[in-house]
Design a protein around this ligand. Structure first.
Ligand code: GDP
Length: 426
């Protein structure tokens, strides 16, 4: 029995999709346990380049059973589109099960998300406007619609009616927009539900049976530790837990089953949206890092927005690994740093005249200045190297310094965006 979580130690966009796609070769299940289609996982393999938003990153392997767990924000339109995109590109329909307990992102959630960001203007959170915050608010207000409700027309109509009462007051009176019609919404959910019906079922039972049979399960996280609503940079956080501790809850398996927690760590920092970002770079160096980063520059996989970039932040990442409970780290995008003669690392924060290596609460983070140390760069292309010993000495020194600072063994190294651009450290 092995259950592995693949989760982010930073602000998201660490390369979780790539690492999951790599590890899924030896998995039986890949499970999404939280979040929705508000972020994207970029995957480059023998089939081409893909940005997955809701589909688990096991969809490229016919032997993998992909599961969307109860903790996920299920946007049916987005999921149907993603499935269609895969088949249009010549891939078979993946083996996919969606939990009947997953709740549905309603068009009204996306509307509210957009209207609220517009109302906030310069104070906005930088939401992707996918409706995720209003969706999770409804879930905890207990006015959400579960996937199982889609197949009982009367119950669906009641749940929609109930859900829209407060929202329509806000839409009409706070945002001065046209209210949502409950009958039309019920009808469109009903129709989409029929299309998704073959995939919807009791995924908790499927996974529990898989565990009994000793199957290998990967729990694929979305976003990163610093976006967690409890432990992250609240309120610039997301609305569901991004932590491995939540993974078993959002998937529906026992917590003790999870024995391996891979924290995906980026070799430099990127952050999308608003909020404090201590190592942020501006000007020429920022542009250079942004253009060289990722597979085609650091631009959001969902929104295309330019990502904020900075040097590696060991304070934030050590904290990220701690709150993830990481048993190991996967360091990604190492090749990107091959350009610089010297590479700064943030080893502490200066806050009001004092230096700390502890990640503080958001209010203090806003005043923090990075304390940098500089490592020698390796100034060459390492993307075709496949063994740790063959890496240039400066690259190994960088990795070992990062490992020491984050207090987590780095077992996987990603040296390029493609599935095969990996080094496994023994
Ligand atoms: P995720 O949401 O954590 O899966 O990350 P994203 O897909 O949003 O962003 C990661 C970016 O880095 C994507 O452009 C990936 O293709 C890219 N990427 C992942 N690993 C590597 C790597 O080792 N080197 C390079 N150059 N790009 C990588």
């Amino acid at each position: 029995m092995t259950v592995t979580a693949v989760v982010g130690a930073n602000w998201g966009d660490e390369g979780k999709g790539k690492i999951t796609d790599y590890l899924a070769r030896e998995a039986d299940f890949v499970v999404r346990f939280q979040g929705g289609n508000n972020a994207g996982h970029t995957i480059i393999n023998e089939h081409g380049k893909f940005a997955l938003h809701l589909l688990p990153a096991g969809v490229f392997y016919p032997h993998v059973h992909n599961v969307i767990g109860p903790g996920v924000a299920l946007n049916m339109t987005a999921l149907l589109k993603e499935l269609a995109d895969l088949t249009e590109r010549g891939l078979p329909v993946p083996k996919l099960s969606v939990s009947e307990r997953a709740q549905i992102v309603l068009p009204a959630h996306s509307l509210l998300d957009r209207y609220e960001e517009e109302r906030l203007g310069a104070q906005q959170f930088g939401s992707t406007r996918s409706g995720i915050a209003p969706f999770y608010a409804d879930k905890y207000l207990k006015v959400g619609v579960q996937a199982a409700d889609l197949f009982d027309r009367d119950r669906l109509a009641q749940r929609v009616q109930r859900s829209l009462v407060n929202k329509n007051v806000l839409i009409a009176h706070l945002y001065n927009q046209a209210p949502v019609n409950p009958e039309e919404l019920t009808e469109s959910l009903w129709l989409e539900g029929r299309r998704l019906k073959p995939f919807i079922g009791n995924t908790t039972r499927v996974l529990q049976e898989g565990l009994e049979q000793g199957r290998r399960i990967i729990l694929e996280g979305q976003l990163g530790a610093l976006r967690d609503p409890d432990h992250g940079i609240y309120p610039f956080s997301t609305s569901s837990s991004t932590l491995a501790g939540f993974a078993t809850v959002g998937a529906g398996i026992p917590p003790y089953a999870m024995t391996r927690i891979v924290a995906v760590v980026k070799a430099y920092s990127t952050c999308v949206g608003a909020g404090p970002f201590v190592t942020e770079l501006f000007g020429e160096t920022a542009d250079e890092l942004r253009e060289r980063g990722g597979d085609a520059g650091e631009y959001g996989a969902t929104t295309g927005r330019p990502r904020r970039v900075g040097w590696f932040d060991a304070v934030a990442t050590r904290y990220g690994c701690q709150v993830q409970g990481a048993t190991e780290a996967a360091l990604t995008n190492l090749d990107v740093l091959g350009h610089w003669r010297e590479i700064p690392i943030c080893v502490g924060y200066g806050i009001n005249g004092e230096t700390t290596a502890q990640f503080p609460v958001t209010g203090k983070l806003e005043d923090a200045q990075p304390v940098l140390e500089t490592m020698p760069g390796w100034q060459c292309d390492i993307s075709s190297i496949r063994s740790y010993e063959r890496l240039p000495e400066q690259a190994r020194r960088y990795i070992e310094r990062v490992e020491q600072l984050i207090g987590t063994p780095i077992r996987l190294l990603s040296v390029g965006p493609r599935r095969e651009d990996m080094i496994v450290r023994s």
